[in-house]
Design a protein around this ligand. Structure first.
Ligand code: DX5
Ligand code: ZN
Length: 252
């Protein structure tokens, strides 16, 4: 059965002073995106700083397109409910943020862990259950240098894995080629478990890298610079979709 590719334009690369215009441009196009990807950065877990829950609430007010909220924050347990209340449809936390004080460095480095304690795993499962109990989809994100084997205990508790294909914090970076191997490993594990978990890929996705990501198992494509960084974001989104899903949204 053909798989339906889902587009998640990242508003990080949109014009923040004309954000409503940029949102409606894609939302009202012939083939609107399945999600808007919203990057929440706290200036600690990643070096950059973006938006908070009140902003998400305002976005929810202006579009019917579901909101995919990517929390790049330390201590997600403190703020989780704020984003659920604000209307996140998919809420993703980072596996590295289960380790207290984990933080990223400057551009090109990001928070990394090599193991998890039993206590941290339990804490993570509780957070993911809190998201699902609130009626949202639960996502778990992983940074480029964290082993994907650490995701295993969580596969029964999540709807989606967000694989970072750049070090988070900034838009417009280049896709890290090893990301495809990591996605294949995750897909292999999900197949063994028959776990209904989507793979989302985030960072450096454009019409050249999108086919590599899809071939490796991704189904949800985040793209910021390759959509909102272009003069015609609608055409840019359609061109990425068309290289991976020739019949577009009708491909089911
Ligand atoms: C990076 C963010 C991404 C970013 C992707 O930290 O998580 O969502 O917007 O941007 P591009 O597609 O430009 O790499
Ligand atoms: Zn993101």
């Amino acid at each position: 059965m053909p798989r339906l590719v889902q587009m998640a334009p990242s508003i990080l690369s949109a014009d923040f002073l004309n954000l409503e215009r940029d949102i409606q441009l894609l939302a009202e196009s012939t083939e609107p995106p399945e999600w808007f990807h919203i990057d929440v950065m706290d200036g600690h877990f990643v070096p950059n700083l973006t938006i908070g829950p009140s902003f998400v609430r305002e976005l929810k007010r202006i579009t019917q397109v579901p909101l995919d909220v990517h929390l790049m924050i330390s201590n997600p347990h403190v703020q989780l409910d704020w984003y659920l209340d604000a209307g996140a449809d998919l809420l993703t936390i980072h596996i590295e943020s289960l380790r207290p004080h984990a933080r990223g460095g400057l551009k090109g480095r990001s928070a990394t862990i090599n193991d998890l304690t039993a206590e941290e795993i339990v804490k993570g499962i509780q957070l993911l259950e809190r998201i699902q109990d609130a009626g949202a989809m639960a996502g778990l994100a992983i940074n480029p240098a964290t082993p994907v084997s650490l995701l295993k205990p969580f596969y029964s508790y999540i709807d989606l894995v967000l694989l970072m294909s750049v070090h988070p914090g900034f838009g417009g970076q280049s896709f890290i080629p090893e990301s495809t191997v990591r996605m294949k490993e995750i897909q292999h594990e999900l197949n063994l478990l028959s776990a209904p978990v989507l793979i989302e890929v985030d960072g450096g996705i454009d019409s050249k890298t999108a086919p590599l990501a899809i071939e490796a198992g991704a189904l949800v494509l985040v793209a910021g610079n390759a959509i909102y960084g272009k003069d015609d974001p609608v055409a840019a989104m359609e061109s990425i979709r068309s290289v991976v899903s020739p019949c577009g949204r009708l491909c089911v």
